[in-house]
Design a protein around this ligand. Structure first.
Ligand SMILES: NC(=O)c1ccc[n+]([C@@H]2O[C@H](COP(=O)([O-])OP(=O)(O)OC[C@H]3O[C@@H](n4cnc5c(N)ncnc54)[C@H](OP(=O)(O)O)[C@@H]3O)[C@@H](O)[C@H]2O)c1
Length: 336
């Protein structure tokens, strides 16, 4: 659950009509001990969780996969910062780090924010070989493109390479993970990265990592929604003090998920949208989220999920929908 050091004043006034969210969405402000530097400054919304690295990660961030054009990135970042998002989730693979860096250069002063108000996550993909060098090169390039002296979180994007010739059952996968992770540890020691983590790793990949790692992964980012609830993996991460963060928590709008009668029924009951129910499903269980939208209305809508607390019974109803069904190709469980 969000750490007690960042308790919230939930005072959002989201207007709910016909199961949707319209009009003024004035989402709450963090009760902060810090004094505001200006009257206009909007504080982070949704609280945060303290990672095993000692750094706080916001519970909600904006996903940026497929937001690539500079004008689209500017709009998304500007809207997100105005709404109170402080976490930006990107990756080398999304090819938008340069555009995000440019957008932040323009938007931070406009919103009276500084770099330290933000939490930036990026991800490094594994290569077929030379992952030590490649990881360093990728992180250094990310720093340059994002115009920052440090990254808040860098994840090993997937437990194997996506390059041509890589396969799920390659005996090289473990060695590639080892090289990349150990180099991230080194980059953390140098202060270039504050927290390091993994994405789509199964518990057996993490057990393997524990044999050589000297710094525990702070985050495991995985696909998570009511059709893929990852109960055992989440329990494992909790036991290991690894923060579980969801991706694709809106199921990429897969009709089977957003039209699921249980999800629709809960949206009606809470007088909100199905998307808010999907996001609240994660937040209500202490799972972080990074919903992607390039649309200003939907960016503002999504952050209002912090106002919806599902009951244990409602969480159980949604968890019962689990079909082990993934809506991305991030099937880490198939990777040796
Ligand atoms: N670690 C990994 O391997 C990994 C894998 C996948 C994703 N991710 C991260 O997670 C983020 C989110 O996942 P995702 O992009 O796969 O999918 P997602 O967040 O589940 O869904 C995004 C889709 O939902 C639409 N949408 C968003 N809010 C909406 C709303 N309120 N109402 C209706 N439609 C809405 C978006 O369209 P519009 O843009 O038109 O609103 C987009 O088509 C990514 O952007 C990325 O940062 C990480």
């Amino acid at each position: 659950m969000p750490s007690s050091s960042t308790r919230l004043l939930f005072s959002a006034t989201c207007n709910h009509q016909n199961g949707g969210l319209f009009g003024r969405m004035h989402c709450l402000q963090k009760q902060s001990t810090k004094s505001k530097t200006t009257k206009e400054k909007i504080e982070q919304v949704g609280g945060s969780n303290t990672l095993n690295s000692g750094y706080d990660i916001p519970m909600i961030g904006i996903g940026t996969y497929l937001i690539k054009e500079q004008s689209a990135v500017n709009t998304a970042i500007d809207t997100a910062l105005t709404a109170g998002y402080r976490l930006i989730d990107t990756a080398k693979r999304y090819q938008n780090e340069k555009e995000i860096g440019n957008a932040l250069k323009e938007c931070l002063p406009k919103h009276h924010l500084s770099r330290s108000d933000l939490f930036i996550t990026t991800k490094v993909p594994l290569k077929l070989d030379n992952n030590t060098l490649a990881t360093r090169k990728d992180v250094e390039e990310s720093l340059k493109l994002l115009q920052s002296t440090y990254l808040d979180l860098v994840l090993v994007h997937f437990p194997r390479s996506w390059m041509e010739g890589a396969t799920n059952d390659s005996l090289n996968n473990a060695g590639s993970r080892r090289e990349a992770y150990l180099e991230l540890e080194q980059l953390k020691l140098e202060g270039k990265v504050r927290s390091i983590g993994i994405s789509s790793f199964e518990s057996r990949h993490i057990e393997e990592l524990k044999k050589y790692a000297t710094i525990a992964p702070a985050v495991n980012q995985c696909e998570f929604h009511p059709h893929l609830t990852r109960n055992e993996l989440r329990e494992y991460c909790k036991k290991e003090n690894i923060f579980f963060q969801a991706f694709t928590s809106l199921g990429r709008q897969e009709p089977a998920l957003i039209e699921d009668p249980v999800v629709v029924g809960l949206a009606k009951k809470h007088r909100t949208s199905v998307n808010i129910v999907l996001l609240a499903f994660a937040l209500s269980q202490g799972v972080g989220i990074v919903p992607k939208s390039a649309n200003p209305t939907r960016i503002r809508e999504n952050i209002c999920a912090v106002n919806v607390q599902l009951s244990d019974q409602e969480i159980a109803q949604l968890t019962a929908l689990d079909k082990n069904k993934n809506y991305t190709h991030c099937d880490g469980w198939n990777v040796l």
